[in-house]
Design a protein around this ligand. Sequence first.
Ligand code: UD1
Ligand code: CA
Length: 453
Amino acid sequence: MPLEVVVLAAGQGKRMRSALPKVLQPLGGRPLLAHVLETARALGARRPIVVHGHGAEAVRAAFGDTDVQWVLQPQQLGTGHAVQQALPHLAADAQVLILYADVPLARVATLTRLLEAAGDGVALLTTELDDPRGYGRIVRTGAGRVQRIVEEKDASNDERAIREVNAGLMALGGRRLAGWLAKLGNRNAQNEYYLTDVVAFAVKEGVPVTAVKVEDPLEVAGVNSKRELAMLERALQRREAERLLDAGVSLADPARIDVRGTLECASDVAIDVNCVFEGRVRLGDGVRIGPNCVLRNVTVGAGSEVHAFSHLEDSDIGERCRVGPYARLRPGASLADEVHIGNFVEVKASRLGHASKANHLSYIGDAELGARVNVGAGTITCNYDGAAKNRTVIEDDCFIGSDTTLVAPVRIARGSYIGAGSTINKDTPEGQLTVARARQVSIPGWKPPKKKA
Ligand code: UD1
Ligand code: CA
């Protein structure tokens, strides 16, 4: 049986109290819908069908280059109505898996079990909650067979006491789906067409209905409010921290790390507290990250250390480098091996060659530094002339004195020394000392001014 995955993502999520459509709210740095689409892909779905409606344009724009079948549900008349909109796109002989964009943490292994349990019949994902409020309840017969699902707003007091809840995720044989959806009514407390009503139809027709119960309540947790979103965020981060610990990464505190993307660590990596990793970050053997650092799309080579409060983005760091504390690497910073970048040094779109150092208070932008260059404190590349960006080239073995201003475009030839406090706007010759500043004079007989009486 081919597999079709339908993702319900049309709801507004009023309780989020946000202008951003619910399915675009970020969890672990990615929209809720992205998590569910990734799950669909991992299950081998042909091309997920996404039923969207609220904030349709924003939702489509956020997933512009993702291969999905968009289906519009202009009015949100209920989960059953939402699946109806997807019907024309479903192969008749397929097995259909319904996912909710606001239930993002169901595991692939669990959903595989759900699909196996369903076969040509129906299977539901359920769990027991101490506090089942807000969820549909699973009503079973005395003999324990699933009978139907009742929504909280339609439930009697006895039914509300049921602690087994519906995750909303459902697998069913596609052959019967169209018939059941056509029979749905909306005479209920919310005047909605409930997908959950198909369970009672199946039972009535003698089609087997299986409940696949999961232990981990996170797998079925729905996001309806910022509180729930924050709760899931912490849970997701906890999972990620445990994965890192299991892989041998040392975390100073597994409760104080945030991975909003993918973090790959080689062996003996140590990460101090309060670090944020975004996008794709790769840390080589023995890398140490100090406290309170942010790394976004960064590669750090083996043996390098990033000290406290550094902010690194779209950059490459070689092996045995020392970066920070308080360093800023902006997009396009590329450090060869054994480079040192110290406090309050900003590097943008620049390459620093082997063992070059900029240890204090500098801006290096649109520059190319060779090997063993020493950049003195306070040195600035003036890369912008008000209209265009210009490049600075500093060849191997140069020594740039403190507080040098390099007015680009300019080339500092191999082995140049630049006297401290120079403003350099012409290329310098190889191996010479260049000084460009007013000569120091002292005035003999000078007297300080006196205040008039
Ligand atoms: C639903 C289930 C409930 C289950 C709970 C789990 C029904 C009737 N109820 O309730 O049994 O315990 O999820 O989280 O199915 N959606 C649409 N179009 C619509 C309505 C909803 O696409 O017209 C989407 C929403 O965007 C959301 C999902 O379907 O992703 C669930 O809708 P929601 O309104 O949150 O359903 P619940 O009331 O939580
Ligand atoms: Ca919900």
